[in-house]
Every structure is written in structure tokens, then in C-alpha cells.
Design a protein around this ligand. Structure first.
Ligand code: PLP
Length: 448
């Protein structure tokens, strides 16, 4: 314990900190600072009492601010998983706030006062928008797939094309999900080509379903082929098995109207699949949710499976999703940030980039770049954009200072520059981001 002399005790350190902060936080900060000092001394570095106190103050600052807090997304990645995927529409945030800040009519029928159905708040909207017979919502799309397969294909075979054996986000691997649902996976076709006849040959007495899965985060280019889903439906019907589709990104809008490639919508999928699953917080632009939709018979069977209770959504999710779906029904999709960001044209982006650059100062340049959709949606599609570039001797350090600021600002790096993409920013965030950049670059001068 030789080298530990001189490090203030936890009590002394805690007393030296802002007394208006709860003591539990001060003690935690003191412990962390002391631990840091011990480590420093052990590795032969100095740990002056004043430095240790400064360290404790820094840790305390972090403990005082909420950990899960707002950030500015200047990456241009519209569905940034690390930054919470889809940004909620204002109406969705407001609805969730109101439904959670008081009691809410979540699962009660105001007419009779008896128990109601929490899914009723969203089901009618989903049916109208998707054109399906029935729908309900669970915690996320992964849960929806697990539930649907468990309820409809347990102990039986599920046929999946080798071109659709996807891994999404590290832990969601289609073959493993099929197995976790108690089904036996039957792989058919090749990575680049699978034909209807491949599916047909795989059908047997124990087949429960043909599974289609969207290759959400990669694209096979060149010599490739997957059968028309309508032909798969025909095959499924002929053999008395189900066509189940995991579409991931639950697109409700016609993206070609936004100048993007046309992708299958939930309405398209409902026209051929017996039952399907989609995410709430990808292209749909709502809260994290998994949507199960399709023909009533199959949807109801999934809905009444015991697992459904384990993955049911809470009132915040349901109210935010209802509000988001209402925007679609009212033709107000442009109030959904995901769609608005995707739709932003070069003229608007250039105007925003110029405004941001002006606020940063003469060192900022306005340059062309590409934004990404992200979040396992529209792989291979990049969107031309205009960004603000700020040169630095150490762009990694500038980016780190931006992330550690308040609010944290996330950007990209290209060569010697940090890049800020206004595609994923609101106008009122430009000033905050500019101030953060000015400070991060000024500190570079001071530190160097
Ligand atoms: C994203 C995705 C999932 C997982 O969705 P979560 O809502 O993140 O659970 C499942 N399947 C496909 C095809 C996806 O793209």
C-alpha cells in the first residue's frame, strides 16, 4: 500500500464535492476517482490529490446527467441503430408522453368499463393501411418472428432459401431464430439463386411453412434470382403449408414518390403472405415494435400463443405507434422524420449545409457526400447529400470531443475532416452543432 499514501480517502473526497448532489452519487464518484488513482500509481503515473479531486468532479458530472439522453445525429445515417434508429414524430412523442404521464385507457373499454384489448388502439389503423385481415404488435420484429414460428411451425420444418439466411445486428440470425422457435430448418437453393422448384422439392409431410426473409443489410448483385412471392404462395397453397414472411423494415409508404427505389410495402406482403412480420422503427418511422399481420386465422393463432404475453408492448409503444399510424392515415407522412429525412432533396440539403457552415465560420467547407439509410433498410442505396467539412490535424480527437459534449454530437470522418451531414438534423439543431464544433476545434488549438 506504499504508493497509495497521499490519495484522499473516500469520505474526504466525497466531502470535497458539491454538497447539493445526493451523497450516494458523491461517494460513487469518490470511489471511482480513488480506484483510478490506485491504478495510476500502480502503473507508475502520478496521482496528485488535486488531480484525483478533479477526476471525482468529472465522474460526478457524468453521474448527474441522465445516461440515456438526446444526441445530435450529424452522421447522415437516417436509421442509426446506435442513436436509437427511427426518430419519433413529434406527435408520437407527445402521445407517449401524455399516455404515460397519467393513467390511460390502455386495456379497458370505456363503454362498459370491462377489460378491453390493448391492441385495439393500433389494429384498425394497421388493417386499413396494410389491407390485411388482422394485425397485432409485439416488442420488436425479432420477437414477432420467434412468436409466429413458435405458434405456427413448432416441431415441424421451415423452408428457407440460402439467399435469405441473414444475420441482422449480430444476434439475430435467421437459422438460429428458426431453431429457437423449435422448428427444423430446411435450406434450399444457392446463395445467389433459388427457384420455386427448389422449394417444391423440399416440401414433405412435416413441412409447416415456406419462410421468406428480407436480406435487409446486404444486396446480392449480378447473377441472382429469388422466385416471385406470388408463385411461392401458390405453391404453399397447393401443398397446404404457410407462406410466412419476415420483411424487417416495415415500409408503409411508396418510397418511389420520395425518389427512392421502390421497395415492397406491408400492403404488398399482405397480398401474398399468410402471415408476416415487420419492424416498427425502421422505414415505418415509429417506435421499436414488431408488427404481426396477415390472414385472421393465422394472426389469431399467433396472438393467443403464450409467448405473445411475454413480448407484448407497453403503453408508450402503443400510443407512439398509434400516433405514427394516424399520420400515415391522414396523409401526413412528411411529419415522420425518417421519411422526411429520406426525402430531403439536394437543394434543401445544400441550403442547410451552407447555414451550418456559416455558423461554424470560414474554416468550414460545403461538400458533396453520400448519406446512408442504415438500420437494415435499403442496403446498397446511398443518397446524395451536402455536408459540412471541418479540417483538423486530428479529426478522430475532434469527433471524440463532439461525442463527449452536451448534447453529444455524432459525425463522420473523411480524410482529414470531420463531416456533418444535415440530412438527419432539424433546423434548430444546426446552431447547437455549430457551437459544439467551434468549441471542439478551439480545444484542439489549446491542447496542442
Ligand atoms: C431488422 C430486422 C429484424 C429485426 O427487427 P427488430 O425490430 O430489430 O427486432 C428481423 N428481420 C429482418 C428481415 C430485419 O430486417
Amino acid at each position: 500500500m506504499e504508493g497509495l499514501r497521499g490519495i484522499p480517502s473516500v469520505d474526504v473526497l466525497a466531502e470535497s464535492l458539491d454538497p447539493s448532489v445526493p451523497r450516494a452519487y458523491r461517494v460513487e464518484a469518490a470511489r471511482a476517482a480513488q480506484q483510478w488513482a490506485r491504478n495510476a500509481l500502480r502503473s507508475g503515473e502520478p496521482a496528485d490529490p488535486s488531480v484525483v479531486r478533479e477526476r471525482a468532479r468529472m465522474v460526478l458530472g457524468r453521474l448527474r446527467t441522465p445516461s440515456l439522453r438526446p444526441a445530435i445525429n450529424a452522421t447522415g445515417v437516417v436509421l442509426h441503430t446506435g442513436l436509437g434508429r427511427a426518430r419519433w414524430a413529434r406527435e408520437a412523442s407527445r402521445a407517449a408522453f401524455e399516455a404515460t404521464a397519467s393513467h390511460a385507457v390502455l386495456e379497458v373499454d370505456p363503454d362498459t368499463g370491462s377489460r378491453g384489448d390493448r391492441q385495439a388502439h393500433v389494429e384498425a389503423h394497421l388493417r386499413a393501411l396494410v389491407g390485411c385481415e388482422a394485425a397485432f404488435v409485439v416488442n420488436n420484429c425479432a420477437a414477432a418472428v420467434l412468436l409466429v414460428l413458435s405458434a405456427l411451425a413448432r416441431d415441424r420444418e421451415v423452408v428457407l432459401s440460402r439467399g435469405q439466411m441473414v444475420e441482422i445486428g449480430g444476434s439475430f440470425r435467421m437459422p438460429e431464430i428458426v431453431q429457437s422457435s423449435g422448428c427444423r430448418l430446411v435450406e434450399v437453393g444457392c446463395t445467389n439463386k433459388t427457384r420455386v422448384s427448389d422449394y417444391e422439392r423440399a416440401l414433405g409431410p412435416n413441412t409447416a411453412a415456406l419462410l421468406r426473409c428480407h436480406p435487409s443489410n446486404f444486396a446480392i448483385v449480378g447473377f441472382s434470382e429469388e422466385p416471385d412471392p406470388r408463385m411461392l404462395r401458390e405453391l404453399a397453397d397447393r401443398h397446404g403449408v404457410l407462406l410466412v414472411e419476415d420483411m424487417g423494415s416495415g415500409c408503409l409508404a411508396d418510397l418511389s414518390r420520395l425518389g427512392l427505389p421502390k421497395v415492397e410495402t406491408m400492403r404488398d406482403v399482405a397480398s401474398w403472405a399468410h402471415i408476416a412480420t415487420a419492424s416498427g422503427d425502421k422505414l415505418l418511422g415509429g417506435p421499436q415494435a414488431g408488427i404481426v399481420f396477415g390472414e385472421r386465422r393465422w394472426v389469431d393463432r399467433a396472438r393467443s400463443h403464450p409467448l405473445a404475453r411475454a413480448v407484448r408492448p407497453d403503453k408508450a409503444t402503443l400510443s407512439a405507434l398509434e400516433a405514427t399510424l394516424r399520420l400515415y392515415r391522414e396523409g401526413r407522412e412528411t411529419e415522420i422524420p425518417t421519411l422526411r429525412y429520406l426525402a430531403r432533396g439536394e437543394l434543401e440539403l445544400k441550403r442547410l449545409a451552407r447555414r451550418l457552415a456559416r455558423r461554424i465560420g470560414p474554416t468550414a467547407t460545403v461538400e458533396r457526400a453520400e448519406s446512408e439509410v442504415g438500420g437494415g433498410s435499403l442496403p446498397g442505396v446511398s443518397l446524395p447529400t451536402w455536408v459540412v467539412g471541418v479540417a483538423s490535424g486530428d479529426p478522430q480527437a475532434v469527433a471524440q470531443r463532439l461525442r463527449l459534449g452536451e448534447p453529444p454530437v455524432f459525425c463522420r470522418i473523411r480524410g482529414e475532416k470531420v463531416l456533418l451531414d444535415p440530412r438527419t438534423m432539424e433546423e434548430d439543431e444546426l446552431g447547437v452543432a455549430a457551437a459544439a464544433v467551434i468549441e471542439a476545434v478551439a480545444r484542439e488549438g489549446a491542447d496542442g
